[in-house]
Design a protein around this ligand. Structure first.
Ligand SMILES: Cc1cc2nc3c(=O)[nH]c(=O)nc-3n(C[C@H](O)[C@H](O)[C@H](O)COP(=O)(O)OP(=O)(O)OC[C@H]3O[C@@H](n4cnc5c(N)ncnc54)[C@H](O)[C@@H]3O)c2cc1C
Length: 375
């Protein structure tokens, strides 16, 4: 049997938030890490995301919270506005990384990936782009991994961090399909209006919209569209369609609508969730991040779970003699938190689809409370 403290070689599939965080956490513990990433260098899908307090806390443990705050936009409040345009609530989130630093940050995805990649490479992690894993023999120790460039690795640990549509899941025989909920999320990159110093959420009759600052100069508008078909729209239709969907919203959304100028600045994705109900590990292989548990974006908790997974995985590997025992302990420690977040996110989506936004807010707040607890 491989001993965690002897053969510390890991192959990670996917250089997203989970894969890069795990790579950094493992490299800090002396592991030699290689990442197989299907996408090209510098690719990052989507415009931006909100790093909530738990994400910042986990990034702080990797020594990266300040770099993310410098690249992004620190903030501490969520302002909720009802369908008549009246502010109904101002949520002040706890400052989990200290009273002098903000509670959360908006950040452009490419900026977040730059911070994570630079740190991974500084610690000696090798990132191979446009490469994937085509075959795994999970029962062998070390794990035998064949890459799409025809080369083979024998690693003490294989980590599947290849997102909600993970192909590693299938290779390990842990297949589960993402759940689709009849909602689409829209994002549009816009100049940050001077009044937007925190997150704004606007309840509409048919969906929710809002704004997240990403930097001094940029923000993204978001909109959740209910009852939407999972069809692909021609690129040129994205901006006009989003402007139409924003039209019924009152208040400041009128101003934001005017800022959605070009279709290149707009992305539209289905709301998907996913949870591997059984074991996330097989032999010396394990799934992390969205590959194991993907909440709906409404919780803004997916990135926190992804970074925490990397930290907890490295910790458990440091505690156990065998990789297999460490992976069992890892999955056991993470299961309840991740399952609760995914299941609550599905309940939030259902309430939004029933146009019961006010009933959904307490569930969103319960996600923030759950995630504020230590990982
Ligand atoms: C619209 C939207 C908005 C969101 N907003 C937020 C937010 O504000 N805050 C938040 O915390 N979370 C948010 N999330 C969730 C968050 O983006 C995810 O939880 C997080 O990115 C998960 O990280 P990951 O590394 O597991 O997966 P991903 O970020 O999906 O990364 C997977 C990586 O694996 C690569 N890959 C895929 N397949 C293969 C393969 N076969 N071989 C090799 N590489 C592969 C991909 O190219 C990618 O680089 C949002 C999600 C969506 C869809």
């Amino acid at each position: 049997m491989e001993n965690c403290r002897d053969a510390r070689t890991a192959v990670i599939v996917g250089a997203g938030v989970a894969g890069l965080a795990a790579a950094i956490a493992l490299a800090r513990e002396g592991w030699q890490v290689e990442i197989a990433e299907a996408g090209p260098p510098e690719a990052a899908s989507g415009w931006g995301l909100c790093l909530t307090g738990p994400s910042l806390r986990a990034l702080d443990e990797l020594g990266l919270a300040d770099a993310c705050l410098a690249e992004g936009y620190g903030m501490s409040t969520i302002t909720r506005v009802d369908v008549r345009g009246e502010p109904v609530d101002e949520v002040r989130l706890p400052r989990l990384i200290g009273a002098r630093r903000p509670a959360m940050a908006g950040i452009a995805r490419p900026a977040l990936y730059r911070v994570l990649r630079a740190e991974a490479e500084r610690r000696g992690v090798v990132i191979r782009h446009q490469v994937t894993v085509t075959a795994v023999d999970p029962e062998r120790e070390p794990v035998r991994v064949r890459l799409s460039d025809g080369t083979v690795r024998h690693a003490a640990l294989l980590v599947g961090a290849d997102g909600i549509r993970s192909s590693t899941r299938g290779l390990l025989g842990l297949e589960t399909s993402p759940g689709c909920h009849g909602q689409m999320v829209w994002r549009a990159l816009v100049p940050r209006p001077p009044w937007a110093t925190g997150i704004h959420e606007f309840a509409g009759k048919a969906g929710t919209a809002g704004l997240v600052p990403l930097s001094d100069g940029q923000a993204y508008v978001f909109l959740t569209e209910n009852g939407a078909e999972r069809s692909v729209l021609p690129d040129a239709e994205l901006a006009p369609r989003l402007r139409r969907l924003l039209a019924p919203f009152p208040d400041r959304v009128e101003e934001l609508r005017a800022l959605v100028s070009t279709s290149e600045s707009v992305v539209r994705r289905p709301v998907l969730t996913m949870l591997v109900a059984g074991a996330w590990n097989r032999g010396n292989s394990v799934l992390i991040g969205d590959a194991a548990h993907a909440p709906a974006p409404q919780t803004a908790g997916g990135a926190a779970l992804a970074v925490e997974d990397g930290l907890v995985l490295a910790r458990e590997l440091g505690r156990h003699e065998s990789v297999g025992a460490a992976l069992r302990a890892f999955a056991g420690r993470r299961a309840r938190r991740c399952r609760t977040l995914v299941e609550t996110s599905v309940a939030i989506v259902r309430l939004e689809r029933a146009r019961r936004h006010h009933a959904a807010y307490p569930l969103v707040d319960s996600c923030h409370r759950l995630m504020a607890e230590p990982a």
